[in-house]
Ligand binder design. Sequence first.
Ligand SMILES: NC(=O)c1ccc[n+]([C@@H]2O[C@H](COP(=O)([O-])OP(=O)(O)OC[C@H]3O[C@@H](n4cnc5c(N)ncnc54)[C@H](OP(=O)(O)O)[C@@H]3O)[C@@H](O)[C@H]2O)c1
Length: 335
Amino acid sequence: MKVKVAINGYGTIGKRVADAVRLQEDMEVVGVTKTKPDFEARLAVERGYKLYVAIPENVNRFEEAGIEISGTINDLLAECDVVVDCSPGKVGASNKPLYEKAGVKAIFQGGEKKDVAEVSFSTLANYDAAIGKDFVRVVSCNTTGLSRLLATVRRAGNIRKVRATMLRRVVDPKEDKKGLVNGIMPDPVRLPSHHGPDVQTVMPDINIITTAFKVPTTLMHVHAVSIEMPEVNADDVLAILENEPRLMLVSAEEGFTSTARIIEYARELRMRYDLFENVIWKESVAYNDGELFVTQAIHQESIVVPENVDAIRAMFELADKEESIRKTNKSLGIA
Ligand SMILES: NC(=O)c1ccc[n+]([C@@H]2O[C@H](COP(=O)([O-])OP(=O)(O)OC[C@H]3O[C@@H](n4cnc5c(N)ncnc54)[C@H](OP(=O)(O)O)[C@@H]3O)[C@@H](O)[C@H]2O)c1
């Protein structure tokens, strides 16, 4: 029996989660939703997804546009075991009563507050916490990037404290309602940023403080991370990082001099130039006077995709952590 998965919100994250779920042998996509009958709705149908209308009052608009629909969100909820809510930030919480009424499990994304779900989730940090749960929140792209890194570094020794500065892409590439700002914007200005407490939703014992800036790029985020830990050897840490498939080690010497070059590589490697892995610059991994330094780049549009797939497995107890990671990685080409 395959777990029946609905995707509520076929946008940047939703379309990627749908395609990833489709690749799994133990789950299937029963339908996706849109509120607007635009080209993305038409593409969903062309790709073979059953399309449902997320806001029932909009059904006429789809009919007028000649886009084939299979019903509304309420019909879709009657068909599924779990809904992956990929609606815009804060909208997921307002959708939750629908899921409760339909008696289906739900996964929310990082744009929601933590109290939308029973548990905040990041595979390497706390897979087991989602086992059997009904409501799970996959943490944001930045939090996923930090949590994965810290969960892996912790294999080398105890982490005393973490300080991270994040340079965040200002918007996603498709955005045309707000644009690039010709400047570097402290965001938030009041420190620290919310990302540290968000990491603590999946790794409560980590002492972490973060700062964040928006920078005029759409491609990726970059994190400069300093991790205070007792005597470790940078080469040993590097070996541990290289061994974790959800991290990709690259080198400036080999031409990876910026996120632009990383994305150029991804364009050759993957559909939609998705990089599901944290991309870590090898040369950045250094240990000095009790602190480990790491610089990593995060492809915001795709990094949470494997975590959504793993969250489904944990919630339905389809596999333990290692098996789920192995299956998800294999299906997505994470080597
Ligand atoms: N993009 C990122 O970098 C990123 C990274 C990690 C996590 N996240 C989180 O993932 C979530 C989704 O973000 P996104 O970037 O994928 O947003 P997005 O590209 O704007 O897509 C949102 C989708 O939700 C649909 N939608 C709008 N109102 C809805 C409603 N009331 N009910 C159901 N669906 C609705 C939209 O359909 P229409 O287009 O038809 O209106 C659209 O397909 C947010 O919580 C965000 O914080 C985003």
